[in-house]
Write a protein that binds this ligand. Structure first.
Ligand SMILES: *Cc1c(COP(=O)(O)O)cnc(C)c1O
Length: 404
């Protein structure tokens, strides 16, 4: 497929089975938003669901914990997300953040078997900090190897391997099935970070025999800023996993107010305290929309969008930082440029929002529920203009803003 005019891109949108879904989102007119991998767009239904949660709060008050299903929200929404992950019911719970959940998951893995933690040097910074803290807390070694050496470093003696499935900088995707098997072959557990995977690529955690996984919901899943994160724990491990922060919501019977801790029999043991109900309401609206969508269509459109953007940016003097091979790529396209920061800022000024990741990455997230084919054409045109005119060198783009 090599469309060569804006009309042809428009025709692809006209034929796209996912095109009507864009109507389910609130998006500023004219904006080309290629940052849904940092903060997903707002599903229109989130506004209604939030209004309803607020009315449950104001009218129902405390009774809403029972009458409005607040108490079950972490497991109800977890089960729904589980369907996107390839999980069984009771294997996924919602709460806290990815960072906190990773702390819990790694600690729980070490509660099964104590020994070195292995991760990759390119892992997301919070993952490295958390893995370092868990290693220190449990008195085990943290081994950090280059991402392309991770497979080779999975050796006997390692207790837990942890990695981010789709790399946040480049979009490089690891082989979940193969690496999980490699870990199991040497007696190690694998804890996956799925922040750039859920809602971006099809997942089958049980098919890949994954042990534990964590991820956020405010990126591709469109759950809203700071939406609760998830923890997946495989059923076969449930009885043996210790939550290092065992609070009352992870107790088997929280409202017995038992003075001793008995963990819930399933993944609910990973909960700690009271769920963030308002955030959960917005998130549930997004997930209910996701459950109407065929992820295979999302994936094929994502691959097509990425291929078109890559093709269309050829000859711009940009170095492709993402794998050219679609099967090794998540749902983003990253380029290296010596002035990537200025480039991203200059593009935002002309209505194309991507983001910058140090040192030299300009990153464009592709979210097929609301990204159109024609956006690839228009974004590439604007990118070429910014590169030609070198507006990225303007002094106003040099100063760093708070959130890049
Ligand atoms: C976005 C992201 C996180 C975020 O962690 P929070 O605790 O939710 O802020 C963690 N890991 C990866 C790989 C991410 O991309």
């Amino acid at each position: 497929m090599r469309p060569s005019s804006r009309e042809e891109f428009l025709r692809l949108d006209a034929e796209d089975p996912l095109a009507p879904i864009r109507e389910q989102f609130d998006l500023p007119a004219q904006l080309i938003y290629l940052d849904g991998n940092s903060l997903g767009a707002m599903p229109r239904q989130a506004r209604n669901q939030l209004a309803e949660a607020i009315s449950q709060w104001s009218n129902g008050l405390i009774s809403s914990w029972n009458d409005a299903g607040w108490a079950e929200a972490p497991t109800r929404v977890g089960d729904k997300i589980g369907r996107l992950l390839g999980a069984h019911p009771s294997e996924v719970v919602m709460g806290d953040t990815t960072s906190v959940n990773l702390y819990k998951a790694l600690s729980a893995a070490l509660s099964l078997q104590r020994g070195p933690i292995l991760t990759d040097e390119q892992n997301f910074p919070t993952d490295l900090y958390i893995a370092g803290a868990v290693a220190k807390k449990y008195g085990v070694e943290l081994r950090r190897v280059p991402r392309n050496r991770l497979g080779a470093a999975i050796q006997r003696g390692v207790a837990v391997v942890t990695a981010t499935h789709v790399d946040y900088r480049t979009g490089h995707m690891l082989d979940m099935r193969e690496l999980t098997k490699a870990a199991h072959d040497v007696g190690a557990l694998f804890v996956w970070d799925l922040c750039h995977s859920a809602g971006a690529v099809p997942l089958d955690l049980n098919g890949a025999e994954v042990d534990l996984a964590v991820g956020c919901t405010y990126k591709f899943l469109n759950g809203g800023p700071g939406a609760p994160a998830y923890t997946f724990a495989a059923r076969r491990l449930h009885g043996d996993l210790d939550n290092p922060i065992p609070g009352w919501f992870g107790h088997d019977q929280p409202f017995d107010f038992d003075s001793g801790y008995t963990p819930a029999p399933d993944a609910r043991r990973f909960l700690t305290g009271t769920p963030a109900i308002l955030s959960m309401a917005a998130l549930e609206a997004a997930i209910d929309l996701w459950l109407t969508i065929d992820i295979a269509l999302v994936r094929s459109k994502s691959v097509a969008l990425a291929d078109l953007l890559i093709q269309k940016c050829q000859g711009f003097g940009l170095e492709l930082a993402s794998p050219a091979e679609p099967s090794m790529r998540g749902s983003q396209v990253s380029f290296r440029h010596p002035n990537a920061y200025g480039l991203v800022r200059a593009l935002a000024e002309v209505g194309v929002v991507g983001d910058h990741r140090p040192p030299d990455i300009a990153r464009f997230g592709l979210t097929p529920l609301y990204t159109r084919y024609v956006d690839m054409w228009d974004a590439a045109e604007k990118l070429s203009e910014v590169l030609r005119q070198r507006t990225y060198l303007a002094p106003r783009f040099a100063a760093r803003v708070g959130v890049p």
